[in-house]
Design a protein around this ligand. Sequence first.
Ligand SMILES: N[C@@H](CCC(=O)N[C@@H](CS)C(=O)NCC(=O)O)C(=O)O
Length: 363
Amino acid sequence: MAAYVLYGSEVSLFSGKARAYLRWRGADFEERLATRDVYQNVILPKVGWPVIPVVEMADGALVQDTTDIIETIEARTPDGPRAIPTGPVQQVVSRLLDLFGDEWLVIPAMHYRWNYNEDWIYGEFGRTSAPDAPPTEQYAIGKKNGERFKGAVPMLGVNADTIPGVEAAYEAFLKDMTEHLRYHAYVLGDRPSLGDFALNGPLYAHLLRDPESGRLMEKLAPKVADYVRRVQAGGTDGGDLVADDAVPQTLEPILSRQMTEQMPTLVKTAALFGEWASSASAGADVPRGLGKIDFETGGFEGDCAARTFPLWRLQAVTDAIDAMDDGAKARLADLLDRVGGAPLMDFRLPARLVRRDCRLKLA
Ligand SMILES: N[C@@H](CCC(=O)N[C@@H](CS)C(=O)NCC(=O)O)C(=O)O
């Protein structure tokens, strides 16, 4: 019996992140398809809501949330390689890329899937949920299951007004990443780290694997497509992160876009969270959304749901900043200055978040 069981699927963005990590770590794991039986018999009873990926540990404990999975495995087996760099500046940058991959690249990932690959994805959802059913039944099942995910597209701010911006921002990201890959095999050097796994979720499961999206990536950024395949396969052995806790300069345009586009949505969401928290009790479940906020991407404006989960990833960034010594803080401040992220040095959420029982709660 394998040490870990990954419940997930090839179509799932976050399963792609977890799988790439487990492969890179050389973890002894078995992947089980998240069929409807698995949802009914494993995920719903033990996690409480329908979500993947879920990893079952050797002692039977179930962990949901990809970063939690990575942190739990690294804490339980500290002798193995670390996805989360020990260098303090590289650690903050990794946490930033975790926030960017999971919670910002999800926007193009969902846009291209649902606006260019809709029919195909229904079949895929059906094959995942009911692998033994005939194709027409799978399509019907996939269509029913897919409604929930399709419903998230407008909440992410994808609509007729913003689509040109979503596409422009994604194409700019592909260009920046292509340039970065001329100098480094992975985001922080010659081996994968947390940021690579976070980028791999949207880039692999949706933006490379979905047929129309994959054609676009191969055409615009074949080097990125190659990188995505390498990370999904577990990365190459032997290399290391760049020395002296340095951050490649070619990563700065990507961090810059994160500061210009994603950070304002987080600041607005944090303000709504502060209002909500002021009348909520400690331990209260944090709503998944707190109304609407304006946002801008690729030069186009629109609105999107103020999703609270990204604040959890942001808190991990600011916690990593708080843990730094003064020398590291000064080096990070220089980097953030260059990418338009100076306010992040002092920005803190108005209240603390905790995650318990696979849910986000007010501390
Ligand atoms: N933060 C979670 C996100 C997991 C997630 O959103 N998974 C998707 C599939 S890729 C899902 O099951 N979503 C259901 C939902 O959000 O209601 C993680 O990193 O594991």
